[in-house]
Each structure stands twice: as C-alpha cells, then as structure tokens.
Ligand binder design. Sequence first.
Ligand code: 5GP
Length: 363
Amino acid sequence: MEWCVSMPKIELHAHLNGSIRDFTLLDLARALGDKGVIDFSQVEHVILKNDRSLSEVFKLFDLIHIVTTDHSSITRITKEVVEDFASENVVYLELRTTPKKNDSLGMSKRSYVEAVLEGLRAVSSVDVAFIPYSEEPINLSSPLSDESDKCNGNTRKKIFVRLLLSIDRRETTEAAMETVMLALEMRHFGVVGIDLSGNPAVGEWITYLPALKFARDQGLYVTLHCGEVSNSKEIHNMLDFLPERIGHACFFEEEHWRRLKSCNIPVEICLTSNIRTLSVPTIDAHHFVDLYNAKHPLVLCTDDSGVFSTSLSNEYNIAASTFGLGQKEMFELSKNAIKFIFADNVVKEDLRKTFDSAAKNLD
Ligand code: 5GP
C-alpha cells in the first residue's frame, strides 16, 4: 500500500460532495440538528451505513445536499477534499460538482461555483494551481514551477486542480444549459468541462443533448456517466456523441464494447464504487481486466471517496492485488492518465516531468 500512496497519481472522477470527510459530514449534520433543521439521531445511522445499493446512494446524496449546500460548507468541503487528495500525492485533480440553486440561502449556481473557488484559494497545506496558464502568463518564479522549487529550496507539494460542472439527470434542458453557460463564464478559473451524472434511473438522454452539444461546440470537454444501469439505447446514444471520456461502463454489451474500443474513448474506472453499488458482481469479474489487457485507455478513480470510504491509493492497491499488477505497471497506468486529462499541454508537460522524476525512485 505504501508505494500506492507515495507514487504520483491523477484523479479524474471525483464528485465534490461524495468526497466529503465523514467527520465533516457528521459535524455539519450535528450543527443542523442543533438548529432543529434536521433530526440528527435519524440521519447519523444513514450517514455511517457502509453498504448501499446504487438507489440508496442517491438517497444519501439527497441527505448530504441538505447538510452541505450553503456557501461556507461548500468552501470548507472543497478545501478539505483538495488537501486530502494532495496528501496522498495526487498531483492533478479534476473535481466535479453540480452547481446548485437555493433561493432561501441566496445561492445561485454562480455563487455555488464561487464558493468552490473560495475553497481552492483557502487551501494552505499545498500549492494549488487552478488558473489555466493561458489566462496567467507563465511566471518562472512561480512556486508551481519545478525549476523554481529547486532554486528556492521550496519542497512544498503542489497540485493542479481543474473543475468540471455536472448536469444532474433530474435537471431540465434549460437548467442544463444554464450550467454550460456558467462553465463557459468560469473558464478562466479553471472550469474545463461538463459531466453528466445523477441517478441513472431518472431522465432521458434527449433532455441533456442540446446543452452537451452546445458545450462541445464552445470547446468544453464532456465526460458522461455511461452504462451504470442496463439501458442499451442510451449507451448507444452516448457513445455516438463521442464524449472525451466516460465513467463506469458497467452494463455494456458486446456491441457497446466494440464501439467503445473502436472509438478509443477513455474509461474512468471506479472499482470500490462499482462493487459497493453492486454494479459489477465481483471484483475479479470487473471489466478493468479486459480493458487493461486490450490496452484500452483507462484511469483509476475514486468516484466518491467519502461515501465509499476509499482513497485513490486504495483503488491502486485493490487493482494491483486483485489483478496481479506490480509497482511498475501501476506507475505506468497512473502516468498514462496524463493523456486523458482536460488541461492544456503546459500542464501535461509539467506532469510528465513530475512522473519522470518520481520514476527514478522506483525499485
Ligand atoms: P456534487 O455534484 O453534489 O458535488 O456530488 C454529488 C452528486 O454527484 C450526486 O448527487 C450525483 O448527482 C453525482 N454522483 C455521485 N456519485 C455518482 C455515481 O456513482 N453515479 C452517478 N450517476 N452520479 C453520481
């Protein structure tokens, strides 16, 4: 496990509210309980329950959102999530979250995202680079440059963070479009793409398609939760859209695999999440093996490290021990993810240097 923690890693599928620390969730719930907004004794056991089906997970998210959706909580969670990923040597994090509106709290989708940005600025334990270089001239004396780290004797950790705004499958076409417009406005703060997520048993592909097409036309990247339930027609439609990446791919049939492989669409693999939600029968039967052996582009991710009590290091450890992969193979798998990130070439180059330098420490 130790080398899984120490090697540099790239996280491309992490939902902000799903990555909340248990302690923070209980803390925020207790505070709402004290104010009489919720009955803490009723929610405590729901929060602490470990095994949940996919539909139970979405019930938990509704509860989490009651507890977390105010500006200061979103700022706190963002700060903690980035610190947690950085502490296990995640060097590039694409964090996704669904912008939420709550009139009673004076929250708009825009102010929600601003609270997330505030969280990124509040991180103090590590240097966070979230403003794209294209927006900020490269400053060679920046603490985020490896060279300057050496010159200044600066050994602080650094992490690149980019944001994806999620469309929830419960949303209307208009609400989805509002999220895409917001993503476009927030590009200079490191918003690079759009994710489609939320309960896969809800909603229709056709509802989100106009917003997703618009996002693509405007140059945003798109990743889709795809094949989390058996829905052959929707999987076809999603693959026909040619997203830049997809997440999960648990309920694919032969023809879907053929299409996915012929289009070479990278897959975000979330082992613990898929097992916990019973989306795959057993870990040995996970489609990771087939994709890995076929050299199909894939990346290991956490999905919801808080809800599923995992970490990215743990996901690497599970893959290594279940599928008999060694340290070198896991390192290559991790480094390979650089190709699928939604950031620019300057970031990719910086990450390659980080991995090359870490490679010298491999046994
Ligand atoms: P948030 O967007 O509020 O930061 O993160 C939680 C939300 O992410 C959930 O309400 C849900 O919409 C989405 N989400 C988290 N995990 C999953 C998952 O495994 N599958 C899908 N489809 N959506 C998820």
